[in-house]
Ligand binder design. Structure first.
Ligand SMILES: Nc1nc2c(ncn2[C@@H]2O[C@H](COP(=O)(O)OP(=O)(O)OP(=O)(O)O)[C@@H](O)[C@H]2O)c(=O)[nH]1
Ligand SMILES: [Mg+2]
Length: 779
């Protein structure tokens, strides 16, 4: 078992590394093949996007050593299909089928006169082998390893014995503009005039199947009427043709699509993007997975390069292919696609080999090349479906917007504490201040003589300590007194306002509310932009500040975002606040905003409602939440809240209940529970928080709090605990510690120390303990 695992790991790493897989096969998740194939495959769910795809050969045979196709498979996807390896009895059958396919493949190669040394062939064989290995059980390994050589031997035998029937067939759809030579190419392949061609007007008027046998391969071409050059007046007609083709292939989808272009016309103002886009829109991006680009008129004189030099043929044709490939990339919004290109010449005047097949200027015989491409594509497609690999990948622009997870949304709902009172008075703090019996303590203190610096130096160590302690004690009391006075002043102002309101209800200009200013570092630093642009706009109502990129290293760039805050009392007891931030970099645009309104009944409940908008990638996360706060008994606050989050087209609904209990002025307990539902999933959770505040709260913010949280989602329950504290170890040394750990053994400890004794030294030490549980599914 151990050895087996190692091997599989290797295989998987090969798959996720470069140049092993490339996108080609048809039938991804898009519309084209869904209807046709879903029934056949529905008995077993196809695994994550992984495919054995046709390797993309470069335009010429001699430069084909550097064929590397972009990797599409992510490591995670590779992990995904490990879980698909669970044994089942039908595997033996499948292996036998794959072996049959291999025999067929070798026989076809012989007939086409292709050696197994052909790079394309080697790659196809390798991918077949690899795909089989991934699906094989340990007991099958030996067989898989031998199957290729055995299949070759059987193929030789069968061919020598002259076994006529091969039973290999493929369905090929041809697409392209009118007159590019679709029908002519079909005729060239069959070596006879099976389809009508016309040099001067559209020849194929309806979709038709043209059946024939070439080298023992039964080929069914689906010849289609050509599209008109893309222009606005032709769009309707082109779309009509495409829709009828789509209907036609619905019942039996093609194995291969050939998309035709005229090589000699590509550079003269080539602008087929609208047509390629239309094809993508009608058939779905997956049409391109099994598409081979076919360039006709390949022997026609290639245009002269600049200054009359003839351009090299190979570089010219690869240039043309790249151009079309780029248009396809733009059409599917994904540049990972690599379509093989084939060069075709149908005019009989050009040099032929002794079999009567036309030779291109670079020496290639295109007919057998085309057949080989088709065979390879078909064989790999068959292997994919036999082994239940999903053909192709999901195309489209990379969507890096992450879908929010339910547990995450729930825990942010549980943590969400709406600011109930924007008037600047925190009831809790006010209560604490008033509960203080040391009413005028500060005034009752005996006066103290403030010593000068030299006097302090003369004191003994003990005296010095005592003196500083005394100073600190006085400072605390003084701050407390200040705070109380501040609160009293604000309260008075409120009362005054209330009277005004009742006197004249139509007083239109509300008193501006003081806004807190951003904390400014103590020492002046010209690099710190807070000093440079403290406020962009500063009036009574708004605070507008620059947003600085904390990761940015170039100070001269200045700022790249704007932060705006405003808060106001709209009506009596109704407060509104807006906090918003916009941020723009070269690559993305970010917006974050929180709008909230609250109605505060001084005697009863507080109602608040808010809207948070946040951009996540290309999407917006929008949350509407509403809260009701009841102050039923003294020192007990009950709170219930609901939230609705929309993300893309998904909606999540959450609700929570919370109770806050204050015991004395130093102990506080918060219990809450909530649930979040959305997208047919549900998460439950709750938390309990106990916090102990320092003696001098709220003047000094020493505290210690412990939180236990339980989150349950998808049959999994995670328990986590966290500790947070801020302590003054001595007069000048402050430490803040936060730590958390959950039942998945993931945690983090963060310790910050700051000393104000001399220079401000901040010591940040972060110890991260991360233990990722390797949740590898057993093979
Ligand atoms: N020189 C040259 N002529 C070609 C080539 N391929 C096709 N032709 C000519 O181009 C003309 C149009 O070819 P068709 O095969 O009818 O084109 P089509 O794409 O089927 O056109 P529709 O049926 O209208 O969509 C014919 O006269 C062909 O002989 C080629 O590779 N080289
Ligand atoms: Mg035609």
């Amino acid at each position: 078992e151990g050895r087996m695992k190692g091997f599989r790991d290797w295989v998987l790493s090969q798959i996720s590394s470069k140049s092993l897989m490339s996108p080609t096969p048809l039938s991804g998740s898009d519309s084209l093949y869904d209807e046709g194939r879903s029934n056949e495959d529905s008995n077993e769910q196809a695994p994550a996007a992984n495919s054995v795809a046709l390797p993309v050969p470069s335009a010429t045979s001699n430069s084909s050593t550097n064929q590397s196709s972009s990797t599409l498979q992510q490591a995670s996807e590779a992990e995904n299909f490990q879980s698909q390896l669970s044994g089942n009895g039908r595997r033996k059958d499948t292996l036998a089928k794959v072996e049959d396919l291999q025999v067929q493949f070798f026989r076809l190669l012989q007939r086409l006169g292709q050696s197994k040394e052909n790079l394309l062939v080697t790659k196809v064989l390798y991918r077949m082998h690899l795909a089989t290995l991934i699906r094989a059980e340990e007991s099958d390994l030996k067989r898989v390893n031998l199957s290729s050589s055995r299949a070759r031997a059987i193929a030789n035998q069968q061919e020598e014995a002259g076994m006529p029937q091969l039973g290999f067939s493929c369905r090929i759809l041809v697409l392209g503009k009118t007159g590019v030579g679709k029908s002519a190419t079909i005729n060239s392949i069959f070596g006879q005039e099976k389809a009508m061609t016309n040099a001067f007007q559209p020849a194929t008027n309806c979709i038709q199947e043209i059946v024939g046998t070439v080298n023992g391969i039964n080929i069914t071409f689906i010849d289609t009427p050509g599209f008109l050059p893309s222009s606005t007046k032709n769009v309707k007609r082109n779309k009509r043709i495409m829709l009828s083709i789509k209907r036609f292939i619905r019942k039996s989808p093609p194995d291969i699509v050939l998309y035709f272009e005229r090589l000699d016309l590509i550079n003269s103002g080539y602008s087929d993007f609208p047509l390629l886009k239309l094809i993508t829109d009608v058939f779905g991006a997956s049409i391109w997975f099994n598409t081979i680009l076919v360039m006709t008129h390949s022997s026609s004189a290639i245009p002269e390069g600049l200054e009359g030099y003839t351009v090299n043929y190979d570089s010219y044709i690869s240039q043309c292919t790249n151009l079309i490939q780029q248009y396809i990339h733009q059409a599917v919004l994904d540049s990972r696609l690599e379509n093989p290109a084939l060069f075709v010449e149908n005019h009989p005047q050009y040099p032929k080999n002794n079999m009567g097949e036309i030779i291109l200027p670079n020496g290639q015989v295109w007919k057998s090349q085309l057949l080989l491409f088709c065979i390879c594509t078909k064989v790999l497609g068959d292997v994919n479906s036999l082994l239940k690999f999903q053909n192709g990948i999901e195309l489209g622009p990379a969507n890096n917007a992450r879908v929010p997870s339910l547990p995450h949304l729930l825990s942010s709902l549980l943590r969400h504490r709406p600011v109930s009172n924007q008037s600047g008075i925190d009831d809790e703090i006010e209560d604490i201040l008033h509960s203080d019996k040391e009413e005028d303590e500060y005034d009752q203190l005996p006066s103290i003589r403030i010593l000068t610096k030299s006097q302090v130096e003369k004191l003994s160590k003990q005296q010095k300590e005592d003196y500083l302690d005394e100073l600190e004690y006085r400072e605390t009391l003084y701050l407390k007194k200040q705070m109380k006075e501040d609160y009293r002043r604000r309260k008075e102002k409120l009362l005054l306002q209330e009277q005004e309101f009742s006197n004249s209800d139509n007083s239109d200009d509300p008193e501006p509310v003081q806004l807190p200013d951003m904390a400014v570092p103590l020492s002046f630093d010209s690099d710190c932009s807070i000093h440079r642009y403290r406020c962009l706009v500063d009036n009574d109502q708004f605070l507008v500040r620059p947003v600085l990129d904390p990761q940015g290293w170039d100070h001269d760039v200045g700022f790249d975002g704007i932060n705006l805050e405003t808060a106001t009392e709209i009506k009596k007891n109704v407060y509104a606040s807006v906090v918003g931030q916009m941020h723009k970099t070269k690559h993305d645009f970010n917006i974050q905003s929180e709008c909230a309104a609250a109605y505060v009944n001084p005697l009863g409940p507080t109602y608040s409602i808010g809207v948070d908008v946040q951009s996540a990638g290309k999407d917006m996360v929008c949350t509407v939440h509403s809260n009701t706060k009841l102050k039923n008994i003294k020192h007990n606050i009950a709170d219930c809240g609901v939230s609705l989050t929309s993300f893309g087209k998904k909606y999540y609904v959450g609700a929570k209940l919370e109770d806050t209990l204050l015991i004395g002025k130093r102990l506080k307990f918060v219990v809450n529970a909530g649930r979040m539902e959305g997208h047919e999933q549900m998460a439950y959770g709750g938390s309990f928080e106990a916090s102990l505040r320092g003696e001098d709260y709220p003047v000094r913010n020493d505290h210690l709090s412990l939180t236990m949280t339980v989150l349950s989602f998808d049959k999994e329950t995670v328990l986590s605990g966290s500790l947070e504290s801020e302590l003054r170890l001595s007069r000048s040394l402050k430490a803040s510690v936060s730590a958390n750990l959950n039942s998945r053994k993931m945690g983090k400890i963060c310790i910050k120390m700051s000393s104000s004794e001399h220079l401000q030294i901040a010591l940040v030490a972060v110890f991260s303990i991360l233990k990722l549980l390797l949740r590898r599914k057993e093979i």
